[in-house]
Design a protein around this ligand. Structure first.
Ligand SMILES: *Cc1c(COP(=O)(O)O)cnc(C)c1O
Length: 490
């Protein structure tokens, strides 16, 4: 053995270093031991290759190997589904989990998950009950419908209703509403999978009542209206309002299924944001069934709300598909708590904004956002002003989640440009931080929108930025990567 290799620490010695002892208390022992073994192996290879002259002394070597082992253990021990900071300003960012839940919803999840519950138990009778009953009264109250329940998501709600009411028969839809939502939900595909036959009417930009009337035959089971929630057709355009479709349907004996998508319960027009119909309005239009997402404007967990007439809903609950698409108890708990908040703060936008994060973020005051951006800009300047240009600029945030597609919410942004590191590299380093940050890049500038920053997150963002802006690339807190990686793949 060469002299320098004798300085190599044992795995046991590495494990007894304070940073690893700490990790042993936090993650599976096997994981930490494997990380220590790998760090020692890397050090051995490095020493073998570079010879004795470059080798640090024994104590220094132990410290470096321990730091590397801790970094490896943290990397391997990190959850796949991780908390991140959303600095994009997009409130219902589908890739980042859409709605941030209200504290009441989180508490309900903890309650329901940490013990047994009345999920399918009728307390009064002391016997088996139905999980669908938990949400019925609340959905009825927020929507004004005769009956209500919820399934896994809105795509599931649409699929279930199409299959229940139109399997083997025709569904009439406007060509202007054959939309794709996200990459995986296309109305024509869902109709096909439901067993129903799609009958397209009208054109992309204009569909008239007569188009529907001509297409309805003895084979027609449903008229489907889809709220084109993630885009708007502007200019020479015409669509038939839900109310008119429902009236025509009742005249011809064909019910209307209305896929509302965004699922507003709160009327955002009260907060100066017109254009998104509420569940109540959709039900009042006369649609037999309305479906909506739980995690868009409603501000709750992923779910699909089904509100409508008692007959079709009872039939849907008996459909075997309803079993496959059912909600779990954690979601029922969170959705119930979220719907209760809507009821408690009905007609009180400020009260709702104070309790429901989605409502709070969408309706944040521009002056308040400016103040938040100024404060953030000042902390960012303090932390990285010596290497970055930092400025405050007006901009706009999007609601996301396919709601308010044509509405830009005015906001204030903090923009930074690093003298030597490009925005893509900087953004990538921010994503690698201990608390990852997702930001926007526009015209070579990295932008942070305070609209979607939660309590305490500006501080974490600044910490991540401090790490990311180092010329010597070490993301986040902790020792710079150069040191941590000094034996990696050299
Ligand atoms: C978002 C949306 C859906 C899909 O809802 P999920 O809850 O994501 O399944 C379906 N239809 C419309 C109109 C939508 O906006």
């Amino acid at each position: 053995m060469s002299k320098s290799l004798r300085r190599l620490p044992s795995v046991g010695a590495v494990l007894s270093q304070p940073e690893l002892a700490l990790l042993l208390g936090q993650m599976p022992r096997e994981l930490v031991v494997r990380a220590a073994q790998q760090a020692v192996a890397e050090a051995r290879e490095h020493l073998t290759r570079s010879g004795p002259e470059s080798a640090p002394d024994e104590g220094e070597l132990l410290a470096v190997v321990a730091v590397r082992a801790a970094a490896l253990a943290r990397r391997d021990g990190a959850s796949s589904l991780r908390r991140v900071i959303n600095a994009t300003g997009i409130v219902l960012h589908t890739n980042l989990g859409r709605a941030v839940l209200a504290p009441e919803a989180l508490a309900a999840v903890t309650q329901a998950g940490g013990g047994y519950s009345t999920l399918e138990y009728d307390m009064a009778a002391g016997q088996r009950g139905s999980r669908h009953d938990h949400l019925r009264e609340l959905v009825k109250l927020v929507s004004g419908a005769e009956d209500g329940f919820a399934v896994n998501n809105n795509a599931a709600a649409v699929l279930l209703m199409l299959n229940t009411l139109a399997d083997g028969r025709d569904v009439v839809v406007s060509r202007g509403e054959l939309v794709e939502i996200g990459g995986s939900f296309r109305i024509p595909d869902i109709i096909r999978k439901s067993g129903a036959r799609l009958v397209e009417v009208g054109t992309t930009n204009r569909t008239h009542p007569e188009d529907y009337r001509r297409a309805i035959t003895g084979q027609t089971a449903l008229i489907l209206k889809v709220h084109t929630s993630n885009y708007r057709i502007v200019g020479f355009a015409a669509e038939v309002p839900a109310g008119q479709l429902a009236a025509m349907g009742s005249e011809l004996g064909v019910p209307l299924l209305y896929d509302l998508g965004s699922g507003a319960v709160h009327d955002y027009a009260l907060s100066g944001l017109p254009g998104e119909p509420t569940l109540k309005e959709a039900v009042a239009s006369g649609a037999a069934v309305v479906t909506a997402s739980g995690d868009k404007l409603l501000g709750g967990p992923q779910a699909g709300i089904v509100a409508g007439r008692a007959g079709p809903l009872a039939e849907a609950r008996r459909n075997p598909l309803a079993r496959a698409l059912r909600l779990d108890k954690l979601t029922i708990a969170a959705l119930e708590a979220t719907l209760r908040l809507h009821l408690r703060y009905a007609g009180d936008p400020a009260g709702l904004a104070g309790r429901l994060p989605v409502a709070g973020m969408i309706t944040r005051d521009t002056a308040e956002l400016r103040g938040a951006a100024e404060q953030l800009a000042a902390s960012v300047r303090d932390a990285v002003g010596h290497v970055c240009q930092v400025r405050l600029l007006p901009g706009s945030s999007g609601v996301g989640g396919g709601a308010f597609p044509a509405t830009e919410l005015p906001t204030w942004l903090v923009g930074i440009r690093h003298g030597e590191i490009g925005p893509d590299v900087l953004a990538a380093r921010l994503r690698e931080a201990e608390m990852p940050v997702i930001a926007r890049i526009e015209q070579g500038e990295l932008l942070f929108d305070p609209r979607t920053l939660l309590l305490g997150e500006p501080e974490s963002l600044v910490a991540a930025l401090r790490g990311a802006c180092r010329l010597d690339p070490g993301a986040g807190a902790g020792p710079p990567r150069k040191e941590v990686d000094s034996y990696a793949g050299s």
